[in-house]
Design a protein around this ligand. Structure first.
Ligand SMILES: Cc1ncc(CNC=O)c(N)n1
Length: 232
């Protein structure tokens, strides 16, 4: 089946697929990036037991996220056709090492003993979803879209806690800087550009799958914040 879009002589103005989808699904995108838990960090009203719950659960999530990113890295080496993809993903994977060390330091600071933490339902379901995405049947464009969305939700959320007018408590700014910093923003943009490039050449079936996966990620992120807010 020929892509009908390409039969038009006039090049339509280019808006990336991802931004088009975010527009279409803006309510779930906003729900995931401006969640009450995140807003409570920004306005200083955050319940510290929620923060501790988030910390422990996210530590477990990140440990499951490492093999996911490693899978993306392997695919970048084999399937991308663009050698710079690998460096972008490798940079992300490398920073997860520091991130795990950071989590351990925060764990002692907040008296959260990771060895006794059990993943809650939202966490388990998110990790199961990531495992399914690691199947070789999932196209590179689809996994890259998911990868971008996972990172972008944290970038958008924590950057919000650092924007003008924030009352983020000093002891929580470390977490906000980890994902809200400019370097992480640029990294997310690089991942987005990779995903967009793949989506440009994708079939309508792959596009539909990528859009669906993007929305699923947003739902999982939302459920993850909900779980954190709910406490232990
Ligand atoms: C639930 C969730 N989503 C995204 C991230 C950000 N990626 C790596 O740290 C995260 N830490 N946790």
């Amino acid at each position: 089946m020929k892509n009908l879009e390409t039969s038009s002589m006039e090049e339509p103005e280019k808006t990336g697929m991802i931004d088009t989808w975010l527009d279409k699904h803006s309510s779930i995108y906003t729900a995931a990036t401006r969640h009450a838990f995140v807003v409570s960090i920004r306005d200083g009203s955050v319940d510290l037991s929620s923060f501790r719950t988030w910390l422990g659960q996210d530590y477990l999530f990140v440990r499951g996220f490492v093999p996911f990113v490693a899978n993306v890295l392997i695919r970048a080496g084999k399937e991308s056709g663009e050698s710079s993809d690998m460096e972008v993903i490798l940079g992300g994977l490398a920073s997860l090492y520091d991130e795990i060390e950071w989590f351990k330091r925060e764990g002692s600071k907040w008296n959260v003993d990771f060895s006794t933490i059990v993943p809650q339902k939202a966490n388990q379901e998110y990790r199961r979803f990531l495992e399914a995405l690691m199947s070789s049947e999932v196209k590179y464009a689809v996994i890259m879209t998911a990868f971008w969305a996972i990172e972008a939700v944290y970038q958008e959320s924590f950057a919000h806690c650092l924007e003008d007018g924030n009352k983020t408590p000093a002891e929580l700014t470390g977490a906000c800087h980890r994902w809200g910093n400019d370097g992480f923003k640029k990294y997310c943009l690089s991942v987005k550009n990779i995903a967009e490039r793949c989506l440009e050449n994708a079939s309508s079936e792959v596009l539909a799958e990528a859009e669906n996966v993007l929305v699923r990620v947003l739902e999982h992120e939302l459920a993850f914040w909900e779980m954190s807010r709910g406490g232990n």
